[in-house]
Design a protein around this ligand. Structure first.
Ligand SMILES: C[S@@+](CC[C@H](N)C(=O)[O-])C[C@H]1O[C@@H](n2cnc3c(N)ncnc32)[C@H](O)[C@@H]1O
Length: 273
């Protein structure tokens, strides 16, 4: 899930989710990417909506062909927390996905983003795919929310379905770039990249939150869900708060939360190399 429905991208929230994001990602895609990048002689990586650099911290040591990184975000406070990864030069680029993000593709061999795709619009993706195809860049978008949430607690809670439906409705609202793709992000991206000749593979990368170490993230996540549901259904506020209290009381130990994500890896046709 790109973020809590309240759309807070503060460094504290991103820091809390980073270890969970890293353990949830589909690691075999990185092995494929390392090999493919080496074969194709790739050198440069563009991380779109890079925030504080979580994607860089995950991929930096794994993509040994990467000689330079550019991390783009429109939030200067988040970008200020991106630190150089070992000897690899890292440039931060303050800009918007729709302007500087699209333009920066012309210098990238790999275009990547983590926890981003569900925030963007189809129109932006179509533009991005055309630019990537023109450049012959590879593409890796990880941790794209897919709309599936499962709560396994002491029993079924009648409020679960109501909350999850509201979250998914909220996910497709305006996130600054037109209507967000929300849970449809991965299938839409596959369609859009295939249309410009890419071979796409996807794999699940779910968050599974259960133990004490996940308790703070789980609580903030559920609070964000309730805020989103309340925004859509203000008359249901007390019912939603009661649901939150019940589910938080079960965590950790009595509740496991699974939040469905997909990772997408896409390569241009080798003939277009
Ligand atoms: C859910 S966060 C993910 C951050 C980072 N990739 C990670 O995995 O921790 C989404 C990021 O996209 C950035 N973002 C959202 N809309 C943007 C836009 N229109 N232009 C540039 N960055 C944007 C936010 O500032 C935020 O850092």
């Amino acid at each position: 899930m790109s973020d809590r429905p309240a759309d807070r991208f503060d460094a504290g929230w991103l820091g809390l989710r980073e270890p969970v994001d890293h353990r949830s990602r589909h690691e075999p895609f990185v092995t494929l990417l390392e090999a493919e990048g080496r074969t194709r002689g790739w050198r440069s990586v563009l991380d779109l909506g890079g925030g504080t650099g979580s994607n860089l911290r995950y991929l930096g040591s794994r993509l040994r062909w990467a000689e330079s990184w550019c991390v783009l975000d429109h939030d200067p406070q988040l970008l200020a927390r991106v630190h150089t990864f070992g000897p690899t030069p890292v440039r931060t680029l303050l800009g918007d996905l729709a302007q500087e993000g699209i333009e920066a593709v012309q210098e990238a061999d790999l275009v990547t983003g983590s926890a981003l795709l569900d925030l963007v619009s189809r129109e932006w993706l179509v533009e991005l795919a055309a630019r990537c195809a023109g450049r012959g860049a590879g593409v890796l978008f990880t941790l794209n929310y897919d709309g599936s949430v499962a709560l396994h607690g002491r029993g079924e809670d009648p409020g679960d379905a109501f909350v999850v439906d509201a979250v998914n409705e909220h996910q497709t609202g305006e996130k600054g770039m037109g209507p967000a793709l929300g849970p449809t992000a991965t299938p839409v991206a596959v369609e859009v990249f295939e249309a410009v000749g890419y071979r796409c593979v996807t794999a699940p990368s779910p968050w599974i939150l259960s133990g004490a170490a996940d308790a703070r993230l789980a609580r903030l996540l559920m609070e964000g869900w309730v805020e989103a549901a309340e925004a859509l259904h203000p008359a249901e506020a007390s019912r939603l708060r009661a649901w939150l209290a019940r589910r938080c009381e079960e965590f950790p130990g009595g509740l496991e939360i699974t939040v469905g994500h997909q990772d997408l890896l896409a390569f241009p046709d080798p003939a277009g190399r």
